[in-house]
Design a protein around this ligand. Structure first.
Ligand code: PGA
Length: 240
């Protein structure tokens, strides 16, 4: 399973180091085989001595190798740290930073051409959810416009906007329905994100078609994040 943490605009470089070390130790001690991703702030990118299935990733980049884009970070700056996984399309970038679908598709193409793993986020706001599943899916399919979803290193994260950072996760039934519909047309691994926590991760990881989770708030405590990895280990063990 894929267990991913999104630090967003939290954690200093020093705290990131401590966190990554703690998770590495946990994974070594428990011989965890989960695919763990930790999306850290750009200032905390570093060359981590990673356990093979743990990768530190970038939350953002500007789709250029380098150039004159004051304040932005290009791919050269990610390559310096061997970054092999990036987040694209997160709702905070779509809605707060106002990234357009065309720009998001440009970033996707750039990362695809670099052959890095892409965790591509989609999800509907509350006003669309209240219109029902067909409206939700129509909204989500628009977020695939210009996206080469056949790219072999793409992972899709379904993250309803109203569930992100609110403490209010989507119901298991709602998650299952969206993941089922997505899986009819795309074959990437599918994650769920939006108020995943210690209390609900087991149920969410047990949903058919759910290959993992993208966790914000509840992942920022290393012990809790370790518990989430352990839960995935236990479920994987039961499934095998
Ligand atoms: P949350 O954030 O877990 O705090 O809801 C999820 C995300 O933004 O990826």
């Amino acid at each position: 399973m894929i267990i991913a943490s999104n630090f967003k605009t939290n954690f200093t470089r020093a705290r990131t180091d401590d966190f990554v070390l703690a998770i590495q130790d946990f994974m070594r001690d428990t011989r965890s085989h989960q695919q763990v991703r930790i999306f850290v702030p750009a200032t905390a990118l570093d060359l981590f001595d990673e356990v093979p299935s743990l990768h530190v990733g970038a939350q953002n980049f500007y789709p250029v190798q380098n150039g004159s884009y004051t304040g932005e970070i290009g791919f050269e700056q990610l390559e310096e740290f061997g970054i092999d996984t990036v987040l694209i399309g997160h709702s905070e970038r779509r809605h707060i930073l106002r990234e357009s679908q065309a720009f998001i598709a440009q970033k996707f193409d750039f990362a695809r051409d670099k052959n890095v793993e892409i965790v591509y986020c989609v999800g509907e706001p509350q006003e669309i959810r209240s219109l029902g599943i067909d409206a939700v899916m129509a909204y989500i399919w628009e977020q695939f416009e210009g996206i080469d979803i056949n790219y072999g290193r793409a992972i899709v994260a379904y993250e309803p906007v109203w569930a992100i950072g609110t403490g209010l996760s989507a119901s298991d039934e709602d998650i299952q329905e969206v993941l089922e519909r997505l899986s009819e047309k795309i074959s990437t691994p599918l994650l769920y994100g939006g108020s995943v926590k210690v209390d609900n991760i087991k149920a969410i990881l047990s949903i058919p078609k759910c290959s993992g989770v993208l966790v914000g708030t509840a992942s920022w405590n290393a012990q809790d994040f370790s518990y989430m990895i352990q839960t995935a280990d236990e479920l994987s063990f039961l499934q095998n």
